[in-house]
Design a binder for this molecule. Structure first.
Ligand SMILES: [Zn+2]
Length: 80
């Protein structure tokens, strides 16, 4: 669930002297989206896209690229 994930992040971000601070910091820092390149603040440590929509788009683009690549490879295999 979306809400559960956010709650968990807030627990991690709870003030705790020492060690865990770096992890909390990394989570709160903005990073460029791998899909559109715009800066966003990830709500999850593994989040690499600004929105689920953007992630979906990037996923589809990768699939299309892979399909095109395999088609090119197949066609070169056929011709050679
Ligand atoms: Zn994006």
């Amino acid at each position: 669930m979306e809400v559960g994930g956010v709650l968990r992040v807030e627990e991690v971000a709870a003030p705790e002297p020492g060690g865990e601070c770096v992890r909390t910091h990394a989570l709160a820092t903005q990073r460029p989206c791998e899909g559109c390149g715009s800066d966003f603040t990830p709500r999850r440590l593994w989040q690499r896209h600004c929105t689920p929509r953007c992630q979906q788009r990037a996923f589809l683009e990768r699939r299309v690229a892979a399909a095109v690549a395999s088609r090119i490879r197949t066609s070169t295999e056929v011709t050679s």
